[in-house]
Design a protein around this ligand. Structure first.
Ligand code: UT7
Length: 335
């Protein structure tokens, strides 16, 4: 039996900073509302033509590979989590294989929105635990800015989301007391439409509808979120899945050195912090700078925490996510 261990981390965000005041120029919103309700001060938006979900993922991946001290050709498998792929198909996993210029390794695309990175490392962890692969590249990357409703109609969603990418290398660890101890995944499709982008799809709104109708009043081409409903579910599910992970490993909240929650809303993270009685130094938040970058938020935050020396050898690190699907999950890691 093996464990998997995170041996390299990297992130990339576009240079273009969009402040709350910038948004207030194009829609009826203001800095005070956004800060109070979400904690967000600014986020990054790509410049069209400069970055894509894949290109940002590749940039983050190159840093993670270098820090893992492996050659790109040592990667046995790619997992790419995103809700904003460059193409409808194929997914970005194969584009990373091409753009990194590595051999014909397998590439898997994960469609689990805010929980995508946790789902991604869970899959990678199982491949490594089974002995099938030794080094797996897991990427979470998102471009939200090009698909948001930047009018007052879409303000409850558009002020929240930002662009960016994070990546991790998971490698085989022979000492099973170290690395990823367990992962816990859940879903509840009953609430699928409470946080969703319906079109274009092959379901309710076909791709041909866009061409036929060119209906600019059709909101199904923009993300929809029932904010309060999502918020209420998020606080419950975050708590449950963290508790589940701790219980599985006979651990208590006091054992946590660093909780890296998906950066959905600072108020959600603060609620969880209070609920588990954690001090500020035990929780890493950066939503203030980047907004909610869905699948990228945990790997960006984890990389920053690691770069700042807040995640060290022997630490107990907990990752937890909740989002569209609904899907949620946690990972319990002995660093
Ligand atoms: O990452 C995946 C998981 N996502 C989440 O967990 C997000 C969960 N939800 C939330 O974070 C919050 O529900 C929001 C930040 C989206 C909204 O905060 P809220 O406190 O739930 O506000 P609300 O939706 O109840 O709206 C309150 C008011 C409304 O006006 P009225 O009806 O009271 O007159 C909204 O129209 O705020 C208005 N509003 C805004 N005002 C200024 C909504 N968006 C904005 C805005 N600027 N951007």
């Amino acid at each position: 039996m093996y464990n998997s261990k995170i041996t390299g981390l990297g992130y990339y965000v576009p240079d273009n900073v969009v402040t709350n005041n910038d948004l207030s120029k194009v829609m009826d919103t203001n800095d005070e509302w956004i800060r109070e309700r979400t904690g967000i001060e600014e986020r990054r938006h790509i410049i069209k033509g400069e970055d894509t979900t894949t290109s940002m993922g590749v940039k983050a991946a190159k840093i993670a590979i270098e820090r893992a001290g492996i050659d790109k050709n040592d990667i046995d498998f790619i997992v790419f989590a995103t809700l904003s792929p460059d193409y409808y198909f194929p997914g970005p996993g194969v584009l990373v294989q091409r753009d990194l210029g590595i051999g014909t390794v397998g590439a898997l695309d994960v469609r689990n929105q805010c929980s995508g990175f946790v789902y991604g490392i869970s899959v990678a962890d199982q491949y490594i635990k089974s002995g099938m692969y030794k080094n797996i590249l897991v990427i979470g990357s998102e471009v939200h800015s090009t698909g948001l409703d930047m009018t007052t109609r879409g303000r409850n969603v558009s002020v929240i989301f930002g662009d960016g990418a994070g990546a991790a290398i998971l490698s085989r660890e022979e000492d099973t007391s170290k690395g990823i101890l367990s992962t816990h995944l859940h879903s509840e499709g009953q609430h699928a439409e409470e946080l969703a982008l319906i079109a274009p799809g092959m379901g309710k709104r076909w791709v041909t509808d866009i061409i036929d109708e060119k209906d600019s009043n059709d909101e199904s081409y923009f993300p929809y979120m029932n904010g309060q409903f999502v918020f209420k579910n998020a606080v419950v599910r975050f708590s449950e899945v963290i508790k589940e992970g701790l219980a599985k490993n006979n651990l208590e909240a006091t054992d946590i050195n660093m909780l890296v929650p998906h950066q959905a809303n600072l108020r959600i993270a603060q609620f969880i912090q209070k609920k588990f009685g954690l001090e500020d130094k035990q929780v890493y938040n950066n939503i203030m700078k980047y907004g909610n970058t869905t699948a990228a938020s945990i790997p960006i935050a984890l990389t920053e925490a690691w770069e700042q020396g807040k995640v060290k050898e022997g630490d107990l690190v907990v990752l937890a996510a909740f989002g569209s699907g609904f899907t949620w999950g946690s990972a319990i890691i002995k660093w």
